[in-house]
Design a protein around this ligand. Structure first.
Ligand code: ARG
Length: 566
């Protein structure tokens, strides 16, 4: 339902000769100050056709419009301000939400087509750091929202399991590796080897050369290299799996960079045949100077392929296998040149679908003001952060609700939810600092605040004790107070928020919406005796129920669970 539409319906018949329904819709404003009514229509546009002063036009129009759906309609200067009839709008909304349940807000933008979403994509033999949190949770939320607007999301984890860094790791392992130490705490030890390599290579640059040679042997299928690489990879995947389990995030494909090792040659051949590449000091490149981009490095002088070469093969593979309508990459802003190169090279190859590639970048996450990195060994393990968040949540829940039976489960949902929410409420391009104690608070714009609001409303419904699905058609929805009206209008806005979120690949739209819906509900709660026995009781509970449906759906879209009690 769209309240603006009610106003359009009143204006369109009278203005049919001058403005289309769409034009009217676009002109309608929502006044910032609610005392000016719910909607306003400026009449400036009509001054020329009517040859009258705008204020006169507004005054005249008011006498001509059908007022059935409006509580009030007044001309204020060059504007017509209207207040909607709260009862009829509220009843229609509540009925619609309850009938739809969790499909309320679904819109058909995707038409069932595939959207491949490349997200998380950590590098093996490295821990999954806080740096990968953003891609993981933004990507997952985008996939959920995509499904809500009728795309079929294909969740792809493009593992960083190939490249010269594995040459480095193998060289380091051969010099200093101790199998027993590695077996005891694999990823930690592998990271140490990698860090040590960089330290030593600063004095012994010849190590870099050795590493390149080792990677070349890996690419060529050398048995020992493959054995080591597979070992490192299996250990890493086991670590990642723990984090994904905590976050409750799954993937349709783990085809990472290595998967494309034998799929690059056809693309390289095609690039060469079409004369798109040039050779520069032995390396094969695509010059992109005319686009103000650095050249895309396709093949090094020793024949080793690169990151972009694998992404070219991967994009091609995705088109062939999934025939995507959109191919989305949720990857940090520092890689934006890379994705521009990828698109540019595919365009040169004549792939029309290059236009359907979308890089969804995001800003940095800092910890207490400092950048996170693995090179210098300053590592913040995502798994540990999540565990700590769960512990903090458990403390708060124990204090607030000591008798809760499934405390541990709820603490998990709240702690993990807090971390996800904090990430998603920020517009993705904005960087943010991460302070665990702040984000697990039950007050403020936090995940726990939204979850707590949900649990509170569910507890009201439990206390009420009756089914609220009842006889909707006969529901007398006579709530006209400002607090419930604000909730009604917010719920009406949900489908538009979903559309915005997918258009801009911006889950923060949904997170911000969830916070403001929760705030409106808490105002309502603070000012209303919801459970008081009187003839508006059913209507109030219907509103509460509709609110819970939407709030839960919003949380779920973000990848956050909504505990019934906390
Ligand atoms: N593994 C890369 C990194 O951690 C991200 C990969 C993103 N996906 C892609 N198709 N390039 O930086």
């Amino acid at each position: 339902m769209n309240t603006k539409q009610l106003f359009v319906d009143a204006l369109a018949p009278v203005l049919a000769e001058h403005l289309s329904a769409d034009e009217i819709l676009n002109l309608i404003e929502v006044p910032k100050d609610t005392s000016h009514g719910d909607l306003a229509f400026p009449v400036f546009q009509l001054a020329r056709v009517f040859r009258k002063a705008p204020a006169q036009i507004a005054a005249d129009l008011v006498t001509e419009l059908d007022q059935t759906n409006f509580e009030a309609m007044v001309a204020v200067g060059p504007y017509i301000n209207v207040s909607l009839k709260r009862e009829s709008v509220g009843a229609a909304l509540v009925q619609e939400v309850m009938a739809a349940g969790s499909v309320y807000g679904d819109v058909n933008i995707g038409e069932g087509r595939n959207m491949t979403i490349d997200f998380s994509s950590p590098n093996i033999a490295k821990p999954m750091s806080m740096g990968h949190l953003r891609s993981t949770v933004i990507g997952n939320a985008i996939a959920n929202i995509a499904a809500k607007v009728n795309y079929k999301p294909v969740r792809i984890n493009h593992l960083g399991d190939w490249g010269t860094q594995f040459g480095k790791l193998i060289v380091a392992y051969k010099m200093w590796g101790d199998d027993a130490v590695i077996a005891a705490d694999p990823v930690k030890e592998l990271v140490k080897l990698y860090v040590d390599f960089h330290e030593v290579a600063e004095e012994k640059p010849e190590l870099e050369e050795e590493a390149r040679a080792a990677f070349k042997r890996l690419e060529d299928g050398d048995e020992e290299m493959i054995r080591l690489w597979t070992w490192f990879k299996d250990e890493s995947l086991a670590e990642f799996a723990k984090v994904y389990k905590m976050l409750n995030i799954g993937f349709d494909s783990f085809n990472g960079e290595a998967f494309y090792n034998d799929k690059m040659q056809p693309i390289i051949d095609e690039l060469e045949e079409k004369g798109i590449t040039t050779v520069n000091e032995g390396a094969t490149i695509v010059d992109l100077e005319e686009l103000n981009l650095p050249p895309a490095l396709i093949k090094k002088s020793d024949g080793a392929t690169l990151y972009v070469t694998r992404d070219l093969a991967a994009a091609n593979y995705r088109k062939e296998n999934y025939d995507f309508a959109k191919n989305v990459y949720v990857v940090g802003n520092e890689q934006s040149a890379h994705f521009k190169q990828l698109k540019a090279v595919l365009t040169k190859l004549g792939r029309e679908w290059a236009d359907d590639i979308v890089h969804v970048p995001f800003g940095l996450i800092t910890l207490d003001g400092k950048k996170l990195s693995t090179r210098k060994g300053k590592i913040v393990l995502l798994e540990e952060v999540l565990k700590e968040a769960v512990d903090l949540a458990l403390e708060q829940i124990t204090a607030k609700n000591p008798d809760l039976v499934n405390k541990e489960e709820v603490a998990h949902q709240v702690g993990v939810g807090a971390v996800i929410f904090h990430d998603l409420k920020t517009e993705r391009m904005n960087s943010f600092d991460f302070n665990l104690a702040d984000i697990v608070q039950f007050e403020g714009e936090t995940g726990p605040y939204v979850q707590y609001t949900y649990a509170r409303s569910k507890s009201i419904i439990r206390k009420y004790g009756k089914e609220i699905t009842g006889d909707l058609a006969n529901l007398t929805f006579d709530l006209t107070d400002d607090y419930s009206w604000e909730i009604v209008k917010k719920l009406i806005d949900y489908p538009r928020i979903i559309e915005n979120a997918i258009e801009r690949f911006e889950p923060s739209q949904v997170a911000k919406y969830a916070v403001s819906l929760a705030q409106l509900f808490n105002k309502y709660y603070g000012n209303t005796r919801i459970l008081e026995e009187n003839d508006q009781l059913d209507a109030r509970l219907a509103l509460v129920k509709a609110m819970t449906i939407v709030l839960k759906d919003a949380l779920n879209l973000l990848g956050i669970e909504a505990p019934e009690e906390m």
